[in-house]
Ligand binder design. Structure first.
Ligand code: GLU
Length: 308
């Protein structure tokens, strides 16, 4: 299979779509991003790499960071984590308050905002006596997965999130009132927004996700991050919950575990074979990259590679 040719073909086919979505504008730091950008990268489990377009453009990974923090929390707490956060699709937007109230402050899954906030709280507690705080641990884990110590977070995106974070702060307060947060709301929210503001490009993201394509271990170095059963759970949740209320549509169209972020990135995993990252900041109505979703659908259609 000629992956280079497939990526070039996809690049051409998505061009008309770039004008159709809408860049995230809930914070000023993301509102001015060039909507015409498109990049895609594939890293095989062998280490072979393919990229097209703006695959080296760094962007705000936003909710893709939830995969890394959930991995750390699952490693630390195992099954016990599910007492505080569920594993069912929400069928609701990523920042919905309503369901959280009905369900007594237990978020449906770790990939909606409320779930990721609980995960941050659990990591703050877990790393309380450690030299590196929970966010620094998450960042250092991302760097280890990617084999790249240059990865960092964008201070201006972080500050913008803090300034306009009313809804996320409300989610955190609601969960605190249901006794589902151990630490201070301010501390948890700061950690959550720092991880959302991490910047990576498609090449780095496709490399960093490889552990989920090889049962929890980096297929290139052999380093085990989590066990195979935990990797299976994370992939399953990415398939069922990785795209908020459009998770069913993504699974239907693409047929792969994936996670999106409002920064315009999407990662997808083909277990045993490769990880893929795509970036295009113009979003569809559910807050997922419009051209990015199409690009992944084209990829699995053209290559015949999906988990089904
Ligand atoms: N920082 C965003 C928020 O919490 C992340 C949402 C996303 O990427 O989907 O609103």
């Amino acid at each position: 299979m000629n992956i280079d040719a497939v990526l070039k073909d996809i690049y051409t086919q998505v061009q008309p779509l770039l004008a159709q979505g809408k860049v995230a504008d809930y914070i000023p730091a993301l509102a001015n991003i060039d909507a015409s950008t498109f990049g895609m990268a594939v890293t095989l489990n062998t280490g072979e790499f393919f990229g097209v377009g703006d695959y080296q453009n760094a962007f705000s990974i936003q909710s893709i960071s939830k995969v890394f923090s959930f991995t750390l929390a699952l490693r630390a707490y195992r099954q016990d984590l599910y007492q505080r956060v569920g594993r069912e699709p929400s069928g609701d937007p990523f920042n919905s308050l309503v369901q959280l109230e009905y369900e007594a402050g237990i978020p449906r899954n770790p990939f909606i905002n409320a779930g990721a906030i609980v995960v941050c709280d659990s990591l703050i507690t877990h790393y309380a006596n450690n030299q590196l705080n929970a966010f620094e641990q998450t960042l250092s884990f991302i760097r280890a997965c990617c084999h790249d110590d240059s990865i960092n977070f964008d201070q201006s995106v972080f500050e913008s999130e803090m300034q306009y974070g009313y809804l996320n702060i409300a989610l955190a307060n609601l969960m605190k009132s249901f006794n589902n947060l151990d630490n201070d709301v301010d501390q948890v929210i700061k950690n959550y927004f720092q991880q959302c503001a991490v910047e990576m490009n498609c090449q780095q993201l496709s490399r960093a996700m490889l552990y989920l394509a090889d049962h929890g271990s980096d297929p290139i170095t052999g380093r085990e991050f989590i066990n195979g059963s935990q990797a299976k759970r994370i992939n399953s949740l990415m398939l069922t919950c990785g795209h908020y209320d459009a998770s069913g549509d993504f699974a239907f169209r693409v047929g792969l575990p994936g996670k999106s972020g409002v920064g315009g990135g999407i990662v997808a995993v083909i277990p045993g074979k490769m990880a893929i990252a795509v970036y295009s900041p113009a979003l569809n109505k559910s807050g997922n990259s419009l051209a990015g979703t199409k690009a992944l659908e084209l990829f699995t259609t053209m290559t015949g590679l999906s988990i089904f």
